[in-house]
Design a protein around this ligand. Structure first.
Ligand code: AMP
Length: 399
């Protein structure tokens, strides 16, 4: 039996999930937090749910990987490092180079680093995680799984911006999208649930979390998606503005006397969205509670979120020339009963009918009434499993 580990490295975090394959059984999961900053800690969970937390200085990602592997041995989750035969790394930006996951070699690692302009916070951190694993486990199959690669199938009409074409040619100024691993995974699960080939379906997948994106999936491929050159675009998010008239950005820079455009980007990325609108919290749960108490700004924030979602559904269904099903996933999509209700209630034009009881339940399921013209599903996303499956795919190609 082989074990494959899925890694998601951030600038000061390293999350992992260890799978026994091909059973796809999670045998351990956890995270190293606050790498290189005071308060470093490591939590690890075993298959039986037992949790261990270690607090100690963890200077860098290499130390984090070292500690993680040591603990896997100590807790008897593995007997030997060599039981881990593959590692899959989440990488945020793959640009136009990576239209598929890639077996990591020196060139691939360099390309990931060179793509840092597209994801300045993420790609360097992802590369650091890759390097740390390479150093400690140099011989195992190592695969980079890109958030953008599922969107490599976007047609030109959906990835080009209406700006001088040479900016696309010279600088790669185009839409790349994000959350591709999640959209691909839930679309695959949706097809299984619907018992139809994915290629025959027109689906809209709603990844609604702290960051949110919506994808139109036609002929089994990503056809359009709401995030853009970066994950700032699309619908209102926890702290990100989503789509905005760029002239307003210049106007506000003048009004606020902001000289550094990065400062303005920081406002749009970190102080906007639900937080900016409500001035209460980036967490939708707090905003829904405040709206229930009659807080006007919270009510408006919820209205804007729901409106953004249904606008994308309407336009994507039109673009695809039909709609067979929609999928709710991620923190909000999987957990928020009222948001699903508010969204589906606005889809009368599609003859979509929500089953209120099914909407209250949990897990992967349909939540539509039997006579709904479109299927409505909740499918918990599982990016780590999707990453582990990619590693398996590459291992089979190597054999
Ligand atoms: P994610 O980025 O997928 O981890 O999702 C995190 C987001 O999900 C947070 O911003 C929460 O506000 C939101 N969330 C989680 N549970 C709920 C819930 N029950 N109702 C509304 N929002 C939720």
């Amino acid at each position: 039996m082989e074990k494959i580990i899925a890694i998601n490295a951030g600038s000061s975090t390293l999350k992992f999930k260890l799978f026994e394959m091909p059973e796809e059984k999670v045998i351990s999961s956890g995270a190293v937090d606050r790498i290189g900053i005071p308060g470093s800690n490591f939590t690890i969970k075993t298959a039986d749910g037992h949790k261990t937390k270690i607090e100690q200085p963890i200077k860098n990602h290499e130390e984090a990987v070292d500690l993680l592997l040591q603990q896997l041995l100590k807790l008897d989750i593995i007997k030997d490092y060599h039981e881990i035969t593959g590692v899959g790394h989440r990488v945020v930006a793959g640009g136009e180079i990576f239209q598929d996951s890639a077996l990591i070699n020196d060139q691939v690692l360099k390309d990931i680093e060179d793509l840092k302009e597209y994801a300045p916070l993420h790609n360097p951190a992802n590369a650091t995680g890759i390097r740390a694993f390479k150093k400690i486990l140099p011989d195992i199959t190592s695969v980079a799984v890109f958030d953008t690669s599922f969107h490599g199938t976007l047609p030109e009409k959906n990835y080009l911006y209406s700006i001088p074409y040479e900016y696309y040619e010279k600088y790669g100024a185009r839409k790349y999208g994000a959350h591709g691993t999640s959209h691909r995974y839930v679309a695959g699960q949706a097809a299984k649930l619907m018992q139809k080939p994915l290629e025959d379906l027109k689906l809209i997948t709603l990844h609604l979390g702290a960051g949110s994106s919506i994808t139109a999936i036609k002929d089994g491929k990503s056809f359009d998606t709401s995030m853009g050159f970066t994950p700032l675009a699309g619908i209102t998010m926890a702290t990100r503005s989503g789509d905005i008239d760029v002239s307003l950005v210049v106007y506000l820079m003048e009004k606020l006397n902001i000289k550094d455009p990065r400062k303005m980007l920081e406002i749009l990325n970190e102080k906007s969205g639900l937080l900016g609108l409500s001035q209460l919290s980036p967490d939708l749960r707090d905003i829904l509670d405040a709206a229930d108490d009659g807080n006007h700004r919270a009510e408006v924030a919820v209205d804007i979120l729901v409106n953004d979602i249904v606008k994308y559904i309407g336009s994507y269904a039109t673009e695809m020339g039909g709609l067979d099903g929609i999928v709710f996933t991620a923190g909000i999509g999987e957990n928020s009963v009222p948001i699903r209700q508010k969204v589906v209630n606005r889809l009368g034009i599609f003859n979509a009918k929500l089953d209120d009881e099914l909407n209250q339940q949990r897990g992967e399921r349909f939540i539509n009434q039997a006579d709904s013209a479109i299927k409505i599903m909740v499918i918990p996303t599982n990016e780590e499993l999707a990453i582990a499956r990619e590693v398996e795919r590459f291992k089979k190609m190597e054999d």
